[in-house]
Design a protein around this ligand. Structure first.
Ligand code: CA
Ligand code: CA
Length: 298
């Protein structure tokens, strides 16, 4: 089933009308617009010229039949196709360097033969999903903001080959996806990655016997709990505590042992530092998680 990008939502909202309904497991394809809603067509179009009501669209939502609050869905990311050109922006006040930037600028980044051409520098493509989430139980959350429902997590690990586990908050989950990047560094320090439209292919199923409060992503090499909060200190603290609780609940380790193991081989990592909430993650090596016999579909 393919969801076209004309089905755009600008907030994750339990009252959004589903673009489609499906039984699980399901193979779904989401066509997505770039995070500027397709409004930047050339390097003369800068951030100031945009209609911000059309920024950060996500495609969807898809209603997943039989899925209830408290369930967890597993979204296996099969493939991401990115369109050329990619778009990057700099603007006064935007991102970590915002107070050093005096003039707005847009840079088009051609994507061809598996590389992104940043001026004459060829960067390898690292396609990833910036915005992916379900509807929150409470107030709507704009697609530009991350949270425990997912949303604008801007996490480089959410890429082909990974599985994202999302805790469901409303009937049908209401899954939506947008904001693809052809490449992005951890932090996304200027507010944009190499922003692109494109198409994402996923397989979605219900994760059995899994209970989560925050999104968790499983890549080839690691298992990470992703947390967004007012500042990085808080995000790091919550992500670390959530991983400790997860290990305590799902393995034979005591809390002390879980903490010591995390201290020995786990990593605090930064996803992004530029969105309305900041996003960090606590990552454990996947081979260690396997050894612990954690009951996930690894
Ligand atoms: Ca983003
Ligand atoms: Ca983006």
């Amino acid at each position: 089933m393919r969801i076209e990008d004309k089905n755009a939502v600008y907030s994750m909202d339990k009252n959004n009308k589903p673009a489609a309904k499906t039984d699980l497991p399901a193979r779904l394809s989401f066509k997505t617009k770039d995070c500027f809603g397709g409004q930047i067509k050339c390097e003369n179009d800068t951030l100031e010229t945009l209609d911000f009501n059309k920024v950060n669209p996500a495609t969807g939502p898809v209603y997943l039949n039989g899925v209830k609050p408290g369930d967890v869905i597993a979204v296996h990311i099969r493939d991401i196709k990115v369109k050329s050109p990619g778009i990057m922006v700099a603007a006064p006040g935007a991102g970590v360097l915002g107070d050093m930037v005096s003039q707005s600028q847009t840079l088009m980044v051609n994507i061809e033969n598996g590389v992104a051409k940043f001026k004459d520098i060829e960067l390898p493509l690292t396609p990833m999903i910036g915005v992916i989430g379900v509807a929150p139980a409470g107030e709507p959350v704009p697609c530009g903001t991350p949270g425990n429902h997912g949303g604008n997590m801007d996490t480089t690990l959410i890429c082909p080959g990974s599985t994202l586990y999302l805790p469901v908050q409303v009937e049908g989950a209401l899954l939506a996806i947008g904001d693809l990047h052809a490449a992005m560094g951890n932090g996304e320090i200027m507010v944009s990655g190499v922003e692109v439209g494109g198409e994402v292919e996923v397989t979605v199923e219900k994760a059995k016997e899994l209970s989560l409060v925050n999104p968790m992503v499983v890549t080839e090499n690691k298992v990470s709990i992703i947390v967004s909060a007012e500042d990085l200190d808080e995000a790091v603290e919550i992500a670390t505590k959530e991983m400790a609780k997860f290990l305590e609940q799902n393995t034979d380790l005591t809390l002390n042992e879980a903490g010591m193991l995390m201290s020995a081989c786990g990593n605090v990592e930064i996803s992004q530092v530029v969105d309305p909430l900041k996003t960090a993650r606590f990552s454990m090596p996947r081979n260690v998680m396997k050894k612990l016999g954690v009951g996930l579909a690894f």
